[in-house]
Ligand binder design. Sequence first.
Ligand SMILES: *Cc1c(COP(=O)(O)O)cnc(C)c1O
Length: 391
Amino acid sequence: MCAYIPLSIPNFEGNEKKYVDEAVEQGWVSTGGAFITRLEMDLAAFLHTENVAACQSGTSALHLSLVDAGVRPGDVVLVPPLTFIAAVNPVKYQFATPVFIDCDDSFCMDPVKLASFCEQECKFENGNLLYRGQVVRALVVVHVFGNMADMESIMEIARKYSIKVIEDATEALGTYYTDGLFKGRYAGTIGDYGAFSFNGNKIITTGGGGAVTSNDSAKVDHLRYLSTQAKNDPHYYIHDEIGYNYRMTNLQAALGVAQMEELPDFILRKQRNYDLYKASFEGFDLAKLMPFREGTSSNKWFYSLLIDRSRISATMREIITVLDQQGIQTRAIWGLINEQKPYENEITYRLEKAPYYATRILNIPSSTQITEEEIGFVADHVKALLEELAQ
Ligand SMILES: *Cc1c(COP(=O)(O)O)cnc(C)c1O
């Protein structure tokens, strides 16, 4: 028998306690302190990028990116329908208009539909792409579950139409291209901005926290400035812009520095566990484990089972409830953002795959601590349940 197997929980097997104690002993617990700078440098080195700003959350990282990208009230921002709602809410914080573009089989933005939206629904005038008279200022591409979006195609389209690219890499820390134009480049370092999250269930956690980077180091300095109330000088209260209280604290960063030491090992474990699940579901015809994009090395943060709806009509809620009673925590992929109350009147463009996957994907336990025995237990129980439910 296995104890209850959670979906995705933090792993503190390293120096977490030691560094947090150090921060407390030194009295540096707030938005100043050496751990913040150290975490920023560790992230920059890991991502092979020049400059990273640590902040309060992935959501604030995304919001700062939109502000810096010049997204203004009335602008259009192209967004995904099938992801966590925090990827889209900052568009509303800027009083901009989201337009939902469908995903491809990686769950990430479909470049073919993106291109046809730009070509067929918009006009390119004086260097701006216009949709119903409004400027399409930016797009938010999410690297869902640690998969890499098709960045080669997306960047080409975005450059052609002068659209700023904000990568939501909150789930994809450590995913990079192994082939092609962007070989060696990490998710979050390809577009104009990249946002990361260190929330409790992400591959590393600082309790709550995030980081933001850009291909332009000066922009990262500006993002850091905005995150600290746009304070021009540490001693005199001079502010040249409207800032935010979005800076990470030293306590969070202490946790983050310890987690970064373990990140390479976490990724190896996630990849190994994925392979174990893959072997278990090989040849099983009621559900298949979704692959990650070829030509990339994924952090394999979350695992997705695609359920065969031609044979299984039970709702996700029913499946999740039975598995929970058996001691296995699973979850459904998100509800579509365009169907949530604040977004139900927004424009969608040819959504086909997003609603398809929304009713078919079950996420199974993926914590770094999960044992081989537990993976076998999960696979056996999921298979047995689906066989029982199959018609
Ligand atoms: C986790 C997550 C966020 C938000 O990050 P927080 O740190 O929780 O604010 C944004 N987008 C996606 C896709 C996420 O998974």
